[in-house]
Design a protein around this ligand. Sequence first.
Ligand SMILES: Cc1cc2nc3c(=O)[nH]c(=O)nc-3n(C[C@H](O)[C@H](O)[C@H](O)COP(=O)(O)OP(=O)(O)OC[C@H]3O[C@@H](n4cnc5c(N)ncnc54)[C@H](O)[C@@H]3O)c2cc1C
Ligand code: SF4
Length: 512
Amino acid sequence: MLVLGDQLDLQASAFDGFDPAQDAVWMAEAEEESTHVWSSKQRTALFLSAMRHFAQALRESGRPLHYQRMKADAAQPATLGTLLKASLASLSPQRVVMTAPGDWRVWQQLQAVVEEAGLKLEICEDRQFFSTVREFAAHAKGRKSLRLEFFYRELRQRHGVLMEGDQPAGGQWNFDADNREAFGAKGPGPVPPRARFAPDAITQEVIELVNMRFAKHPGSLESFAWPVTRGQALQSLRSFIDERLPLFGRYEDAMWPGEPWLYHSHLSAALNLKLLSAQEVVHAAEDAWRAGQAPLQSAEGFIRQILGWREYVRGIYWTQMPSYVERNALEATAELPAWFWTGDTDMACLRDAVQQTLQHGYAHHIQRLMVTGLYTLMLGVRPQRVHEWYLSVYVDAVEWVELPNTLGMSQYGDGGLMASKPYVATGKYIQRMGGPCASCRYDPAQREGERACPYTTLYWDFLMRHENLLAKNARMALQVKNVARMSDDQKQAVKLRAEAIKRGEVGCGASS
Ligand SMILES: Cc1cc2nc3c(=O)[nH]c(=O)nc-3n(C[C@H](O)[C@H](O)[C@H](O)COP(=O)(O)OP(=O)(O)OC[C@H]3O[C@@H](n4cnc5c(N)ncnc54)[C@H](O)[C@@H]3O)c2cc1C
Ligand code: SF4
């Protein structure tokens, strides 16, 4: 039975009927998983540490295991495929079974190797999700456009989540309007600390390996404190429910300088590695609301992210691949600015978001969508380059969830399948939501001139560049109409400044 680094669940469906007398588990640490994109040190360390802890749990549960450790000095980087090929030759199994993988590339690679060995790769349903890809495909069939809201409501009804009879709890499906507050001038005040887990001997060994083997990869491991076992993941869940869920909804979209964690759950990596199931996380939030420990707006806002968005993007990925990764509806061709790998920019919001990402492998949703993603969208970066960056840097990055969020939701690369309109805004949005504009050399209210905020300039440039396409979108009509009100001189000034930003003459280095 094959177990991948994001399938660390002793109850996974592939274990059904597992007989330790004749069956065995196969796991491997393949270098290629850290090099096919330039995987950050935090991301690689989390996967390797969690895999090694899971291997220990497997041994303790008496399940025979063939585990291949990454070599510290391999001349030829191993792929999952080459490692499996060698194991199939030496172990000669009669069957090869696994839980559905989360990545098209890995699935193709493993399937080819197993078939070459004259066997069939048997795939079991991943029970850690509420819905199956087949259910999503049935929902999508015949619909002209796909929207999260309808799928989410279907799942709530089918699984009886936040329901009172056949009606949504509180009489509303959606509390988004209550969930957009910023902190105001005084900031968030004391925020509950993040759940931290000091590296044990296994994690220390992994940290040494990653620092040696992937020395030049982005980020650092000094602050590594992610949950790497199921027990630690359960502790993280508990601390989120008790300490942060009550204010999650209210401040879901807020940001604040120097506060990377805020009221978010930081559970995405534990969920994606399958240390936690979507069901137990959703039920914990619903139970907290029913027990009067959290308001409905928070419980619903949080559950919408998991029962809604997470299930939805998985359906999009598996019904749209493999061509999805190539899509580029806006024909964007620019390269990613080099400072995305260092944080060396004088735009304060981007510097904060990128540096924090490299330090922790984490940024919350609004930073990903409305700081880094917004900038690359309006700059016109090729969505594939943006996708590679997001897949590299975040500890929760697995392609089935990262790609639709990046290419679809954030870069509009799929032309509107994921999002009904491109998420574009000026620097004033970032300022309103708590961004560090007060300490930035740019001014979000200015779109032209030396102090113009690059977001504000690029926003108008983006609308001008895509005016014809956007005019066809009813949700963009108002924004596009504002372009028509600009004089030719104003348009020219925006264009010139935008060109300078694109050439990297503005916003590139903290010292520029
Ligand atoms: C450009 C971009 C790239 C992203 N890449 C990833 C990725 O690689 N992996 C990933 O898990 N999420 C990704 N997301 C979604 C989201 O930003 C992260 O799940 C979230 O920031 C993780 O932090 P958290 O656990 O504190 O989330 P919380 O804010 O506490 O949300 C709770 C949970 O809901 C789920 N969730 C929230 N938003 C989404 C979403 N849009 N899609 C799917 N699940 C969601 C996550 O499992 C998360 O743990 C991306 C979003 C954007 C805009
Ligand atoms: S002024 Fe513009 S670049 Fe500076 S922090 Fe605000 S939004 Fe970001």
